[in-house]
Design a protein around this ligand. Sequence first.
Ligand code: EPZ
Length: 419
Amino acid sequence: MSQFIVKGGGRLRGETAIQGAKNSVLPILAAALLTADQVELRGCPRLRDVDASVRILEGLGCTARWEGTNTLVVNARDMNAWSIPDRLCREMRSSAIFLGSILARCGQAELSYPGGCELGPRPIDLHLSGLRDLGAEIDDTGGVLHCKASHLCGREIVLSLPSVGATENLMLAACGASGVTTIANAAREPEIVDLQNFLIACGARVRGAGSSTVCIECPGPLHGCTYTVMPDRIVAATYLCAAASAGGEVFLRGAREEHLSTVTAVLREAGCSILADEAGVGCCCQNRLSAVRPVRTAPYPGFPTDAQAILMAALLKSQGATVFEENMFENRYRHVDELTRMGANIRVSGRAAVVSGVECLHGAPVRCTDLRGGAALCVAALAAEGETSVREISHIDRGYEDLAGDLQALGASVLRTGD
Ligand code: EPZ
């Protein structure tokens, strides 16, 4: 069983490049089904979730091959299936993102109902209602989604909440619809903009991504393209919080502050100095951090739920108390018990968690409960006296290409063992 061994107590100093964004490349891989031409994705991170997506594409009759470390070449010319087997659906919770593009390409789609995950139930009712609005007939009884759409017809769809996945799925389905599709109350995350830019590179007419209204029209078949995936804003936030946690000075090449301004604003409030230019984002933390005003997670451009655990870990030794409010997922405080093992003082009550800064943390054996909770354990371990063993790091491998290597480049003592 692989694990990280983290020796805490040292300050960070160094720089590293930020990988491509997991939450951008996954919908873009689904979008590759929309064209029978070759798609070359540059800056594609080597992640467990990307591997799972590749297996899904290959199961549908597509080809996918790595060229060099981070270029993935996908060709859906010979796509010959429209159903995703249950075992592949279970490998990656976000396999639902393939529904819209399979439907657009094949006129039918079948996949097992994606289950919940460590964060709690992950419903897709908004995805399904939007696809039905476009003309799809969906039988979602019995745990398998049977979808048919002899003809998808563009129209206005109003989302009851700005779901990232639903926005992406409907953008992809709309590429197979006649006329114009308008998605109102769309999610505004940067990954939506990246998907728009990919679809435009393939010849689609898409506009409005990043705002609450996205319009999509595909007058003809899409062609292939070469596309570079945006940098991962949550990975960048992780390393900024690592510097805040351990102290020191780091530079993250390729990070874009405009994608994580709510995170950098909180880190500045806590006492870090953050500098950003066209090359990346730097963070310098010399003194003990201060507690900050309440941190409430919200859809973009609000504070990202994916950075909640990571920021919490950075504030464990801050002066004062910080209130967190997790509004996006029901079960996103699973890392708290593990942080408590390291001496953290955190009280959870429903959606709220109060972090009272302590003078010191101590290394301990801890285990990852989920992707971002696992990263938070590593951020906290950097500030703990002594050694921390972080087990079940397969969770971390879903979203971080090389967390240990990146943190080592920033001057941390993190060793991966047991592979
Ligand atoms: C995406 O998940 C990200 N995953 C998540 O990142 C991220 O936390 C989330 O957006 C919010 O930013 C990927 O992009 C692969 P949502 P997604 O649909 O699309 C409810 C990570 O760590 N909802 O915006 O599933 C849902 O229950 C992961 O990288 C419905 O009720 O998020 C949740 O409470 C974790 N019905 C809220 O909306 C629906 O049909 C936000 O979900 C869809 C969603």
